[in-house]
Design a protein. Structure first.
Length: 264
């Protein structure tokens, strides 16, 4: 019940920024149109990496819909954590009778839910109206996409949490956050779909956790992952979550000992 309340509170918190939401929807839509025409010119009547022009344009709008939902550039509750580490207020958080990781994860899920409903659905509807983008092929594909999206948000959170924790040692996460954002933009497929990357870069990128942000959910949406391939993609996402969350606990434990020693 506690974590559910945190999710709901975070949802309400981000829903208060209505002007920012409307501006974001407009910006995502403009970039969606620009990238759509760029991809149409690039693809033409050919296929690249198994994607035809229709798949490529649909991929553009999926990316615009998930950009803020997954917090691909960083941000969300983990930025709040980094600021509390910088100011020293995190010492209070560490003494609270609730897990720090679970608390911030719940808050981030509330943030993601709001951005998915607001900044996600808006550009998607526009993409359907302007470019007749493809929709998931049936309810099973739709459910699999949503599951993959939740896993993508948790994966992104784990990486952003680790980035925020660098503030325990660096005092400021800005440099690491910028580097992580650059890697995420390139290796998630936001710049170009990973399917058109040359080998072995494509296989390497697919194996990294950043592919969970966009490429894996998009492949499920587009029907390029079906049957056991869907289960394989979800399993890889889940595996990265287990690994990254374990690292989060180890890093947080080391940081907690550091705070206790300094406080003593």
């Amino acid at each position: 019940m506690l974590y559910a309340a945190v999710v709901a509170r975070s949802f309400r918190r981000f829903s208060t920024y209505r002007a920012a939401t409307l501006t974001g929807i407009f910006t995502n839509s403009v970039f969606g149109v620009i990238f759509s025409y760029a991809y149409l010119a690039l693809w033409g009547h050919q296929q690249h990496g198994g994607y035809d022009a229709g798949d490529a344009v649909t991929y553009v709008w999926i990316g615009q819909a998930l950009l803020m939902t997954v917090a691909l550039w960083g941000g969300g509750t983990t930025d709040d954590l980094a600021e509390r580490i910088r100011t020293g207020d995190v010492a209070i958080d560490l003494y609270r009778p609730v897990g720090l990781i679970g608390w911030y994860l719940a808050g981030d899920l509330g943030r993601a839910a709001y951005h998915f409903l607001a900044r996600g659905l808006g550009p998607t509807v526009l993409g359907v109206l302007l470019f007749q983008i493809a929709l998931p092929d049936g309810p099973v594909a739709g459910v699999a996409f949503l599951v993959s999206l939740v896993l993508a948000v948790v994966t992104s959170f784990a990486i952003r949490f680790l980035v925020a924790c660098t503030a325990f040692w660096l005092l400021d996460q800005t440099g690491v956050r910028t580097l992580a954002g650059v890697l995420a933009i390139f290796l998630s497929g936001m710049v170009l779909p990973l399917v058109i990357f040359p080998e072995p870069l494509r296989s390497i990128a697919y194996a990294l956790p950043f592919a969970s942000y966009l490429q894996t959910p998009a492949d499920i949406w587009l029907g390029h992952r079906t049957g056991t391939a869907v289960l394989g993609g979800l399993a890889l996402q889940g595996l990265w979550i287990v690994v990254l969350m374990a690292v989060c606990h180890v890093v947080l434990g080391a940081a907690t000992r550091k705070v206790v020693v300094q406080g003593g």
